[in-house]
Design a protein around this ligand. Sequence first.
Ligand code: URA
Length: 238
Amino acid sequence: MNRDAILAEMGLGPVWKLRRPLPAIAAPVVPHATPVAPEDQAAPISRMGWPELASAVAGCSACGLCDSRKNTVFGVGNQAAPWMVVGEAPGAEEDARGEPFVGQAGQLLDAMLAALALTRERDVYITNVLKCRPPGNRNPAPEEVAQCSGYLTRQVALVNPRLLLLMGRFAAQTLLGTDASIASLRGRVHKVGSTPAIVTYHPAYLLRTPLDKARAWEDLLFARANDKRLQSAATAST
Ligand code: URA
């Protein structure tokens, strides 16, 4: 998608209109390996490699969401990507397909990434705080976040991205260890360990509140500017 075309559609900034029809629900994307019961896992989550981590998630029964899920939703994209995007939890389509951000919010996310000339296959790794769908798309419960966040922390360590884009309150609050609002967290460079992290609105919120797309565009430009600045600083110091 052409960024100028997107920008031209809106006086204030990009509209990120959904242009393509939603894809048909396909066969589930099976996570990378066969499930392993948690009690059979050799390594703690913090030392797992990708295959063990994917197996642990696929076989996870640490909270009640395992009873209602169709599929676990592990993550998608380039496992060595420069940017990592973190959302909240799978919705119905993600649960059916086993892949994050494939519904309407995912289309908007793809359009937002395209506006920065980024693709989900090449430039980003995408995952959620929760790996299972909360029934009826309710908010994640604190105990569900607590049980699941070790997987996310390990994914962040394995991808080791240059930049984290935290979309929505659950991603921001979980990884930054705060209960501050999105509004108060936007516009600053946070750190998750040593990784710079930028907070912005969740695409599902933007679908409901299109006027805030202009603010989200500012956040993306802020993220890109900081990423470029840090890259230049790193190059200069070598
Ligand atoms: N919302 C999310 O936070 N993640 C998804 O994967 C889909 C919708």
